[in-house]
Design a binder for this molecule. Structure first.
Ligand SMILES: Cc1cc2nc3c(=O)[nH]c(=O)nc-3n(C[C@H](O)[C@H](O)[C@H](O)COP(=O)(O)OP(=O)(O)OC[C@H]3O[C@@H](n4cnc5c(N)ncnc54)[C@H](O)[C@@H]3O)c2cc1C
Length: 267
């Protein structure tokens, strides 16, 4: 594969915002996405804190408002490293090299063993369950994601949300909203010990940065010349919010554009 000026890894809010900002500089990045453009946002039932949508908006609808990049490779990046000032991006279709890279790869769910439920039957999101319905569903987790998953599922199931704690870590606005939904029952301090009677189990036990494809060297000493950025949830710790990811993406593209200009014109 050829040499790129800029590559973006991930087409969630951060990567899509970066690609959009690149366009303003006349840069046409190659964007890699291993699933569906929109990223984790596609799991969100109701995004209530995104400026511009004060009444709330579903994550899928918000994602559909993000312009798609001109070039998108629907492949998983399996390895990323830098050699002789060039980034090497490996995927199942081969190796691409690039002068600059923005990593916007988001997070992966923390997987847990659920008593009485085979691992293959545990879901860690709801984006692939859209439109499914049945009797009852269990959600395990006490944070915002668990409550948001419960809201999504309540259109097709009665939902039990089981948490070790008391839901006090959840955003109060969201908790109040969920409490008013008749089809959702909250079970604080109670995780079933042996098995679940519900036909569907969704786990929201936290997430960790998705950085396993990045070389040790890049992760431990990232170049400070403006050619390499990590943005959005993959670097934001507990501050994993769409607006922050978008802001990170825009800033990363602006800095990358400055780097490319300097490299290519000397100014
Ligand atoms: C249930 C739920 C509700 C939420 N509600 C809200 C809310 O109300 N308000 C709010 O602000 N935020 C909310 N969020 C958080 C929001 O979705 C994230 O902060 C946002 O999506 C982060 O964007 P990102 O681009 O950094 O990462 P992501 O959205 O995770 O996107 C990363 C993308 O990179 C791709 N990718 C990863 N690795 C590779 C690879 N190696 N090769 C190719 N592609 C790769 C992934 O497939 C994914 O599409 C919610 C999240 C969840 C789960």
């Amino acid at each position: 594969m050829g040499r790129e000026r800029a590559v973006v890894i991930g087409a969630g809010p951060a990567g899509l915002a970066a690609a959009r900002q690149f366009k303003l500089y006349g840069i046409d990045p190659l964007v890699y996405e291993c699933d569906e453009p929109g990223g984790l946002l596609l799991n969100a039932c109701s995004v209530i804190n995104y400026p511009g949508a004060p009444e709330g908006i579903s994550g899928r609808e918000l994602a559909s408002l993000f312009p798609l990049p001109g070039r998108i490779a629907l492949n998983e990046v399996t390895c990323l490293f830098r050699e002789n000032s060039l980034y090497h991006i490996e995927s199942e279709t081969g190796v691409t090299t690039a002068l600059a890279v923005i990593v916007a790869s988001g997070t992966v769910p923390r997987e847990i063993a659920v008593p009485g439920v085979a691992d293959d039957y545990i879901h860690y999101g709801v984006s692939k369950l859209a439109g499914s319905s049945g009797g009852s569903a269990a959600v395990i987790g006490g944070g915002d994601a668990a409550l948001d998953y419960a809201m999504s599922l309540s259109s097709g199931y009665t939902v039990n949300v089981y948490a070790r704690g008391d839901f006090s870590k959840a955003v109060p606005h969201l908790l109040n909203k969920v409490r008013k939904i008749r089809k959702i029952t909250l079970h604080p301090g109670s995780l079933p010990k042996n098995s679940f009677s519900e036909e569907l189990v969704v786990v929201a036990a936290g997430r960790t940065a998705r950085v396993d494809f990045i070389s040790e060297k890049l992760l431990s000493s990232p170049p400070a010349d403006g050619s390499f950025h990590m943005c959005g949830d993959c670097r934001n710790g507990i501050y994993r919010q769409t607006a922050i990811a978008v802001g990170n993406g825009v800033k990363a593209a602006m800095e990358t554009a400055g780097y490319l200009k300097k490299m290519e014109t000397g100014k």
